[in-house]
Design a protein. Structure first.
Length: 395
């Protein structure tokens, strides 16, 4: 029997590619430090659990398709506090930022339309391209420039089929944070070439070294072409809540998104109540998380930088980095770490960066690290990685 051709062709997740080897290492009794998965480990705000406990309905019912009014009000207030003003009819609660992305793609794309996006990029985007039939037009960025891109880099990729530009800012998997000048530059291009902007800002507050938040939402003159993707997953350490949001002032897009939301009835009722609690946690909670990630960034960057041959600019935000290693094939090296290397029964797993690139051949000598371990574990993990690299290169 036949199955979907376009999905059959899709490659497996690069983040988990080496999982079999990690499992084998664990079976041998080794401890494996995971630097591969971007799953935050900080404590979810207590308010989330309080709201869930106090939710005692007789029947757990479907909720309004666009989200429960309390949560929409919380999201609206969170944005207003940032100086970004949405009405309640411009906010759709979604099942994670993931569903918001799928709906944004479905609302905007006709088969064959091109979406520009900086590469390396969040690998799940590839799924949304396949679902919507959009063509991926990557703007290649480089470790040497801290993964920033210029006006010329974008213009070189624009064609008559270009429909939108998609940007993860702060960037997963690179840790790049755009300046407001860069945001304005993209906005100017979007206006000139009549493009939509899909701004994936799920890491919005995770900007380091005193950088201000940079959001497409701050620019009033792109309101009609902007779709913001948001999520509680990273900001509130609540990946399991599966609550996100799509925000847009474009009425046509919102009307399509409304139909898509109606088609899947509603998001989880209890999780929406929990998420209201998350938004109560407020700014102090978020800045504390940011400060912890910054300390971790300092540890990882500090240790990596001491290794000769490593190329990596200081990551500016989120909790990831991509670094060039002095080996030809990082996937082989990372596999070797799991199969043939250990220090006191411990080793590390990280992701080969190749899977974050669309352009074939790029990223082969690069590693993607998610620094979501506590500080002592993280130091140990990076030291093991460094010693492993030394031994690997010595062989
Ligand atoms: C984690 C992540 C998301 C969405 O995650 P959800 O848990 O579905 O909210 C979206 N974009 C990027 C870049 C991410 O890293």
């Amino acid at each position: 029997m036949d199955v979907s051709t376009k999905f059959k062709k899709m490659e497996a997740s690069s983040v988990r590619k080496l999982s079999i080897f990690a499992d084998e290492a664990k079976k041998k009794g080794r401890k494996v430090y995971h630097l591969n998965i971007g799953q935050p480990d900080l404590a979810t705000p207590q308010q989330y659990f309080d709201h869930i406990r106090s939710f005692q309905p007789k029947t757990t019912e479907y909720m309004p398709s666009l989200g429960i009014p309390e949560l929409i009000a919380s999201i609206q207030k969170y944005y207003a506090d940032l100086g970004i003003h949405f009405t309640k009819k411009q906010i759709a609660v979604t099942c994670g930022g993931t569903e918001a992305l799928v709906f944004a793609f479905l609302a905007i794309i006709n088969e064959g339309d091109e979406i520009l996006l900086p590469e390396p990029f969040y690998s799940n985007y590839a799924t949304f391209f396949t679902i919507s039939g959009a063509i991926c037009a990557p703007i290649t960025t480089y470790a040497e420039n801290g993964f920033h891109f210029t006006k010329e880099d974008i213009l070189a990729r624009i064609t008559p089929r270009t429909k939108a530009i998609l940007i993860s800012n702060p960037g997963n998997p690179t840790g790049m944070v755009m300046t407001m000048d860069e945001i304005k530059m993209v906005a100017d291009i979007a206006r000139k070439y009549d493009l939509y902007i899909i701004a994936d800002e799920v890491y919005r507050e995770f900007v380091f070294d005193g950088r201000p938040i940079s959001s497409f939402g701050f620019l009033p003159d792109i309101e009609d072409r902007l779709v913001i993707i948001d999520s509680v997953s990273k900001r509130y350490n609540a990946c399991g809540a599966r609550i996100g949001a799509l925000l847009t002032k474009n009425k046509e897009i919102f009307s399509i998104v409304t139909k898509l939301c109606q088609g899947r009835l509603s998001c989880s009722t209890i999780e929406q109540h929990g998420a209201v609690g998350l938004y109560e946690a407020g700014k102090a909670y978020i800045t504390d998380a940011r400060d912890q990630y910054q300390k971790r960034r300092d540890i990882v960057y500090g240790l990596l930088h001491q290794i000769t041959g490593v190329i990596c600019e200081k990551p500016e935000g989120a909790f990831y980095l991509i670094a060039k290693l002095p080996v030809d094939n990082v996937e082989k090296f990372l596999t070797w770490l799991l199969t043939d290397f250990e220090i006191n029964g411990e080793t590390v797993m990280a992701a080969p960066a190749e899977g974050f690139y669309q352009t074939k051949g790029l990223g082969k000598n690069e590693i993607r690290i998610a620094y979501v371990l506590d500080e002592p574990e993280l130091s140990k993990a990076i030291i093991i990685l460094a010693k492993g690299l030394e031994r690997y290169l010595g062989n």
